[in-house]
Design a protein around this ligand. Structure first.
Ligand code: SAH
Length: 260
């Protein structure tokens, strides 16, 4: 029995064993004893995770895949969670314990997977896996790059991001239209921001909503003082600012006399 791929669930099954092994090997296994695989499908990656000295849980939305996994990986059966990763409260599985995330992810919800990870960062020391190449590259990109944006800045504020390797469409069934990219995120040792986090998120998102404009223009809604807006940083465009600079900018805004 195999599972027929369902497009609306972003199903592209990997059929290259050595790439599956390479993805499983991206985990450092440092700082956690549990791993959560998102979207195991028919378990191509799962079987390599099961060989490692960690407790693997999988979360899969497709009942047909779940049935397949339970039938073929008997010792995994009680760690197969038939849930939507985006909606499920993951503490139901791990409580307060730290865990790593891994997967050949469903590409239709890539960005949401990253945002949910960022929300749960206190519990997630490591994250690795495969996205469409463009998204993986965007997450890892640095200031000055055309693809540097919200996802890059917010992720790299908390994690060191590393683009590892590219995977061609031909090793999937059915093949996706684009190349894929494998990345690894390792949480920074000190991942507590020294600024108001909510404000930081708002500044980054607002600045990139109009990425061609200078910050002086794109951050108008913050109602900043003329004094602050005279600072050279406001003459820049968002893609020119490193993560550090965004944090400094947030601090300046936080301390501005006009800011409400
Ligand atoms: N890891 C497998 C399958 C990748 S395809 C492989 O490499 O072959 C992506 C998988 O994610 C599919 O099995 C799909 O059913 C599952 N999926 C899609 N949306 C999901 C969600 N919201 N939560 C959990 N799993 C999801």
């Amino acid at each position: 029995m195999s599972v027929k791929a369902k497009k609306y669930l972003g199903q592209h099954f990997l059929n290259d064993e050595s790439i599956a092994q390479d993805i499983a090997d991206t985990l450092s296994l440092e700082g956690y004893r549990h791993v959560l695989e998102i979207g195991p499908g028919m378990g191509v990656l799962t079987k390599y995770l099961l060989k490692k000295k960690v407790k693997t849980h999988v979360i899969e939305i497709d009942p047909e895949s779940v049935e397949y996994l339970k039938a073929n990986y008997l010792n995994l059966a009680d760690r197969v969670h038939e849930k939507d990763f985006l909606k499920y409260d993951i503490t139901e599985i791990f409580g307060e314990e730290p865990f790593a995330i891994i997967g050949n992810f469903p590409y239709n919800i890539s960005t949401q997977i990253v945002f949910k990870t960022l929300e749960m960062r206190e519990q997630i020391p490591e994250f690795s896996g495969m996205f469409q190449k463009e998204v993986a590259a965007r997450i890892c990109s640095k200031e000055g790059s055309k693809v540097y944006g919200i996802l890059s800045v917010l992720t790299q504020a908390f994690y060191d991001a590393e683009y590892l390797f590219t995977v061609p469409p031909s090793v999937f069934n059915p093949p996706p239209k684009v190349d894929s990219g494998v990345l690894r995120l390792k949480r920074k040792e000190n991942f507590t921001l020294q600024v108001d986090e909510k404000l930081f998120f708002r500044v980054v998102k607002t600045a990139f909503q109009q990425r061609r404009k200078t910050l002086r223009n794109s951050l108008k809604s913050f109602n900043l003082s003329d004094n602050l807006k005279a600072n050279v940083i406001f003459g820049k465009r968002p893609e020119q600012l490193s993560v550090e600079s965004f944090l400094e900018l947030t601090k300046l805004i936080e301390n501005d006399e006009n800011q409400d």
